[in-house]
Design a protein around this ligand. Sequence first.
Ligand code: DGY
Length: 322
Amino acid sequence: MSKPYVFITRTLPETIVEPFRSSLDIHMWPKTEEPVERSTLLAEANKANAIITMLSDHIDEEVLENAPRLQAIANLAVGYDNIDINLAHEHGITVTNTPDVLTETTADLTFGLLMATARRLLEASDYVREDKWSNWAPLLLAGQDVHHKTIGIVGMGRIGKAVAHRAQGFHMNILYHNRSHDEEAEQQLGATYASFDELLEHSDFVVCLAPLTEQTKHMFHKASFQRMKSSAIFVNASRGANVVEEDLYEALVKGQIAGAGLDVFEEEPIHNDHPLLSLSQVVALPHIGSATIETRQDMMKLCLENIQLVLDNKQPKTKVTI
Ligand code: DGY
């Protein structure tokens, strides 16, 4: 019997893929850095039994309506807003993501981004590299304390809790906002539930970790930034489209908030003419929340395992259920 046809939209390391080749007929887009061309994605999805996708691939009606054999889509990310899940389910396609394996790594990056923004680490590093360091001065590149401050986490899921755990180590007061109360967050992490507006008003650091959905899209806008403290720092490590970027820019320029640490943007990649990059109080990263070698390898293995399980008519380890 012929092996099921699997298409992966980037080149993954052969050491990860090789163990699956005995049971799967694996084909990969031959580039690691550049996304698959749309025409190739459409042609490959048309013949594939399963595909492994990246968060930059749009798996929409055009792809799904022309994929007669497709049984599984494994997204190499915990977020899956790039996939039309309802339509995939209508077509009987199982969609999987990569939760858990990236939780701690993404929490490390989120907290690091918060620290880097508060303590102006990138500005300070540039200052040394640009040979501007001529003297010690009492307020040279002075930032803001992180310890004993209030952190407000919007989206207290797995990553939110892992960030809260780090915040405990910094003796921070932890507020959170979710659709509903979370007992674990309250009892084990000492976090206090707040309405969205209360959280904005009382937090020194507002951290967005909410998944992108119709409800969360553009939830941070002009009025949200106006509610925040003028000393507040906004951190986004979930999805850029949760924020109205023009409103964030305006809030920063007007001094309505003090800074922003951003790992994600509405349209990725951004380029150096993006208005937010003109502001020294913005730390911008290229969507590297889960980007450590160990975690990315675990994510790749999980995608392959999930696909193998679905094609063997078994339950995948991390199925998206909505
Ligand atoms: C995810 O997995 O959704 C993250 O954004 C990747 O860093």
